[in-house]
Ligand binder design. Structure first.
Ligand code: 13P
Ligand code: SF4
Length: 311
């Protein structure tokens, strides 16, 4: 943007001109969360994208989220400030390898985390988010074998919770994988009594020390409602912005990585979106999410199953 552009005022003006809605995930930079029309978890954002009557969805999140919005709302223009905003879970699961894995297990259904490509959604039977996974899995008959991908930690957590074996795809989220058990134990010793709230993308040696495990929306709710005045937060630290806004009198501490602070747990993909890129995307209406119609319809089937089973 040219020098002197008032980004906040320009984004607001362009938003009205284009009849756009700005949706943001909790892992976005604070300044983006603050100007969004709605901030939420993956399922909430999908529902908003499906229900909006705006002409344009400016999606401040990662690419698989913006693609989900387009799959569910094909008549809307969906823009993403930076098209390089990918996800390590999506990268871990190339569609051709996933198709081969499915072919090796023809009696299994594929229950798949929403953090994957549109192609992998098209190869799946039912999509889940972290907030809907338990509810959906508990509706699947006990004798039905299941492949769960691409997050092995979420899959392992669900298996343990519901006492149900699943074949797990070996993907991980690089952000949650980076939490250090040793540093977390040191932090807990410094703040005795402070509960640990963790996302199920965390590895089991971190979840073992958690007092609460849940999706971003559930972690935020826990932070607001727990009687403790200090909470250790084992997920991407930008969510702490919402906690501090909601309950400024409490103290929220990001769980540490091996270096002892939470900076290495910032999602590098989410961080690609900036106010300036959002402004340029609204001004130029690019980059836009485009999905070939046959592929979109195939991916929509597994997403529709999620929407039905999660409601
Ligand atoms: P939720 O907001 O659905 O918990 O997802 C977390 C996440 O890692 C998104 O990439
Ligand atoms: Fe993907 Fe992890 Fe970033 Fe979420 S936090 S977008 S799962 S890399």
């Amino acid at each position: 943007a040219g020098a002197g552009v008032d980004l906040l005022a320009e984004i607001d003006r362009l938003k009205r001109e284009r009849n756009a809605v700005i949706l943001a995930h909790y892992y976005q930079r604070p300044e983006i969360q603050d100007l969004a029309d709605f901030v939420g978890d993956s399922l909430e954002l999908s529902r908003k994208a499906q229900a909006t009557d705006a002409d344009v969805i400016a999606f401040c999140g990662v690419r698989f989220m913006a693609e989900t919005a387009k799959i569910l709302s094909p008549e809307k223009t969906v823009i993403l400030p930076d098209m390089d905003a990918g996800c390590s879970l999506e990268d871990s699961c190339p569609p051709d390898r996933f198709a081969a894995f499915r072919a090796e297990h023809p009696d299994h259904i594929a229950l798949t985390y929403i953090n994957c490509s549109t192609e992998v959604k098209a190869l799946s039977d039912i999509i889940v988010t972290s907030s809907s996974a338990e509810k959906i899995l508990s509706q699947i008959p006990k004798d039905q074998p299941i492949i769960f991908g691409p997050d092995k930690h979420l899959g392992g957590y669900l298996s343990r919770r519901l006492g149900r074996e699943m074949l797990l795809w070996p993907g991980v989220c690089i952000v949650h994988e980076a939490f250090s058990e040793t540093e977390l134990l040191k932090l807990k010793a410094l703040h005795p009594g402070a509960p640990v709230a963790a996302h199920p993308e965390c590895p089991p040696h971190v979840l073992d020390h958690a007092d609460m495990v849940g999706a971003t929306s559930a972690i935020l709710e826990f932070a607001k409602t727990t009687p403790s005045d200090t909470v250790i937060v084992a997920t991407e630290p930008h969510i702490i912005h919402q906690m501090e806004k909601a309950v400024p009198q409490k103290t929220f501490i990001g769980a540490p990585g091996a270096d002892g602070n939470c900076n290495c747990n910032i999602c590098p993909y989410m961080a690609l979106n900036t106010l300036e890129k959002l402004y340029l995307a609204l001004r130029d209406m690019t980059p836009q999410v485009e999905i070939e119609e046959g592929l979109r319809l195939r991916a929509k089937r597994s997403l529709d199953r999620m929407m039905e089973m999660a409601s």
